[in-house]
Write a protein of this length. Structure first.
Length: 172
């Protein structure tokens, strides 16, 4: 049980760092993309998808290592015999889709529950990041320029972190 709890903490920290770095790098380089606004929004969505995919693979690797290699925990239902089975289970748990043909038993239940909660929080985090990007770039689809956020108007100090997602407009 201690190993499962330790693994849960390490997995949560790892996936938070993966998504954090994905969102940070996306935020830093989004304004540099020489593409129309719709492609910037597409880049945000694709990069958050990449971050979540990496997180799911991290959990799948943990299931593979702990259950199939070390024998800590188990699955019932359809046999889990390969990394692909662990990956499928991880996707189902991370997205809170629910258990179907594979379901955890023993210490694996703790990991699956933590993965579901972690996935819920990280998906919410990336949704709010996507909203911020859409708030900035969506109005630029029109023929007129969208108004600049108040904190970025000339003579006002930008809030830390917002200047990267909301770069000053050209000529401002």
């Amino acid at each position: 049980m201690i190993l499962a709890m330790t693994a849960s903490v390490v997995l949560v920290m790892s996936t938070i760092l993966v998504l954090y770095e994905t969102l940070r790098l996306t935020s830093e380089h989004l304004s540099e993309l020489p593409v129309p606004p719709r492609f910037r929004i597409l880049a945000v969505v694709l990069m958050t998808f990449v971050g979540h995919t990496v997180a799911v693979w991290i959990y799948a690797g943990a299931y593979w290592l702990l259950v199939l290699r070390l024998g800590v925990g188990a699955f019932a239902g359809a046999p889990v015999t390969s990394f692909e089975d662990c990956l499928y289970f991880s996707v189902v748990a991370y997205t809170s889709l629910g258990f179907g043909d594979h379901f955890p038993t023993s210490h694996t239940r703790l990991l699956a529950g933590v993965e579901a909660l972690n996935g819920l929080l990280l998906i919410g985090w990336s949704a709010s990041f996507t909203y911020l990007a859409m708030e900035r770039y969506w109005p630029l689809h029109g023929t007129t320029r969208a108004p600049m956020p108040a904190e970025l108007r000339p003579g006002r100090a930008a809030k830390p972190g917002r200047a990267r997602l909301y770069p000053p407009a050209p000529g401002a």
